[in-house]
Design a protein around this ligand. Structure first.
Ligand SMILES: C[S@@+](CC[C@H](N)C(=O)[O-])C[C@H]1O[C@@H](n2cnc3c(N)ncnc32)[C@H](O)[C@@H]1O
Length: 324
């Protein structure tokens, strides 16, 4: 069955991409602009001859305009279930994640973070814009309650095709339920999987967006980077942001604190550059985007730093990596 609302959104997106107003399209098709408005609002579907004219004008098939495609099935061979979410790991939240998942739900973190993303943020807005400017399928990995760059990509282009993913079923369910109400876009897809073992075919994804997922990886970060390389199309890009404690900060720490931190949390000193090269990425541009101090947050590393009497400085960066 044709989802008229989604059909309307799809043809409105195609019209915008072509740079036409509703009136200009109406003139080309020999109909009234009210008719175009009705189709785009999902109140009506054009006659078959008009559909054909539009398919020629936009250079897409009639099916592509009418049908909701299951992008995840095309990219993975597994169908999205009735929930509208494709699961590649258990649908149940992992035991050690249950209380965090509850906080996300009860504290309405998704809504709060989405609203925050609507406020001007020059850095996040500019990265979102760059990701949105890449044509094709965007895969947001480890979306988390902040959504990574996805909210900023959608701010620039609400028509962007994005697969929103995380290892936590709650995160993905919460994003779906929120965005269904807020955007109801036919171009958003939802999947639950481990990004160290991605369900996608080789060379299938145009852009991977990672706003702090790999940096907070449950699993081996180097494996996640290799998987990102494998699933990207040649020419595809990984845009990845995280933070680490650099060598200068490490050297300036009191000896005992340094020893304990290296022993307990070696990961916070890794900048992942070498792993990114080893994964295969030929062109890597790093941009230092700022920093933060552990005194300002309540993560496990912040607690450890406080217990050692130090205020650790993290340097944050974004890397633009191309699969050549
Ligand atoms: C602490 S969050 C921070 C970043 C997140 N993009 C945000 O904006 O909130 C890290 C997210 O990565 C997810 N994650 C960690 N390891 C993962 C893995 N191996 N596969 C998929 N998601 C993972 C976590 O479930 C979490 O939601």
């Amino acid at each position: 069955m044709v989802n008229k609302r989604h059909f309307g959104k799809r043809i409105a997106a195609l019209r915008r991409k072509k740079g036409l107003s509703q009136t200009e399209l109406a003139e080309k098709l020999g109909v009234t602009s009210q008719a175009v408005s009705k189709w785009e609002c999902g109140n009506a579907v054009p006659d078959i001859d008009l559909l054909l004219d539009m398919s020629h004008l936009y250079n897409v098939t009639i099916n592509e305009m009418l049908e909701d495609i299951d992008l995840l099935r095309k990219l993975t061979d597994q169908e999205t279930g009735n929930s509208g979410i494709a699961y590649f790991v258990s649908e149940q939240e992992r035991d050690d994640n249950i209380s965090w998942a509850e906080e996300i739900r009860n504290g309405k973190w998704i809504k709060r973070n989405w609203e925050r993303s609507r406020i001007e943020n020059p850095y996040m807005d500019s990265v979102g814009k760059q990701i949105a400017s890449c044509e094709g399928v965007i895969l947001e990995i480890g979306a988390g309650p902040g959504g990574g760059y996805m909210p900023y990509v959608l701010k620039d282009n609400p028509d962007a095709a994005i697969i929103i993913s995380d290892l936590s079923p709650t995160v993905v369910k919460e994003w779906k339920s929120f965005l269904d109400k807020t955007l109801d876009s036919p171009n958003l897809y939802y999947a639950v999987f481990d990004f160290c073992n991605m369900p996608f075919r080789d060379n299938s994804i145009d852009v991977i967006s990672d706003g702090g997922g790999i940096g907070n990886c449950e699993g081996v970060k180097a494996k996640a980077l290799k998987e990102a390389y494998r699933v990207l199309k040649p020419g595809g890009r990984l845009i990845t942001s995280t933070g680490f404690v650099n060598k200068e900060t490490l050297a300036a720490l009191p000896e005992e604190a340094r020893r304990i931190l290296i022993e307990k949390r070696p990961d916070v000193f890794e900048d992942l550059y070498e792993d990114t090269v080893l994964a295969g990425f030929g062109k890597i541009d790093s941009v230092i985007s700022g920093g933060w101090y552990t005194d300002d947050d309540d993560s496990s590393i912040a607690e450890l730093a406080r217990s050692l009497g130090v205020n650790l400085k993290f340097t944050s960066y974004t890397r633009y990596c191309v699969k050549e």
